[in-house]
Design a protein. Structure first.
Length: 155
């Protein structure tokens, strides 16, 4: 009985998604055609239908499109399609982190042009769960610091 209980506890511990601390500089991408921010319910449903329809032609898709379809299937699976997100430039590359509305309120005022004008960048530390490979979600921004430096961005 005791070994069964220990086995059950071990399974629960390993199956729970652990939060990890992510730290990096806020990264701006000026044109992001994959951004879900501002979608209506109807538009979100249309995106879901479009992603689901890709199953029929999946084998014909390029590797890049397959990755995009797989990524958005996971976004939909975790009900994040309409959630806002930020992008962080970390030591391991750029990470897209989905947020809840409360946390997004803390950063939505930040503008690339304002930061560039002041020669500043924003360093953010947050607790995030990696729900799937390269799919992060955070309900806890630990710190937001405006520091001297060049803000990373891409057109």
């Amino acid at each position: 009985m005791r070994s069964s209980l220990l086995f059950l506890i071990a399974i629960l511990l390993f199956s729970c998604q652990q939060s990890e601390s992510l730290k990096g500089d806020l990264y701006f991408k000026l044109i992001d055609l994959t951004s879900p921010i501002g979608l209506t319910d109807e538009q979100a449903l249309n995106v879901e239908k479009w992603i689901d329809s890709m199953d029929l032609d999946y084998v014909k898709l390029s590797e890049g499109n397959k990755k995009l379809v797989d990524y958005y299937k996971n976004v939909i699976k975790h009900n994040l399609l309409k959630n806002p997100y930020l992008q962080l430039e970390t030591e391991d590359g750029i990470k897209k982190v989905y947020l809840n509305s409360k946390e997004y309120e803390k950063i939505k005022h930040l503008k690339l042009s304002d930061l560039q004008e002041k020669s500043k960048k924003v360093t953010i530390e947050l607790n995030a769960k990696e729900l799937e490979k390269d799919l992060f979600y955070s309900e806890d921004i630990i710190s937001i610091q405006e520091v001297d430096g060049k803000t990373p961005w891409q057109k």
